[in-house]
Design a protein around this ligand. Structure first.
Ligand code: 9UX
Length: 72
């Protein structure tokens, strides 16, 4: 059983930024996949709801140096 979340991420200006955000998310326990779209400034995350929470996802992106505008 997996859950899916979409985060609006502000502050990414290049492809290396998106890679940083993806790495920060994928490093979290319970996160199975993370994919960032630079054009839409959104991160799509697949995770195990028992192991990671939307707040965890938001914190990881913020600690990587970016701003999460809306969390699911
Ligand atoms: Mo390139 Mo993205 O310096 O911060 S990694 S703009």
């Amino acid at each position: 059983l997996t859950a899916s979340a979409e985060l609006s991420v502000q502050g990414m200006t290049c492809a290396a930024c998106t890679a940083r955000v993806e790495r920060a998310l994928k490093r979290l326990p319970g996160v199975l996949d993370a994919s960032v779209n630079l054009a839409t400034e959104r991160a799509r995350v697949t995770y195990l709801p028992g192991a990671a929470t939307p707040a965890d996802l938001k914190t990881a992106v913020e600690q990587a140096g970016y701003t999460v505008l809306t969390a699911p």
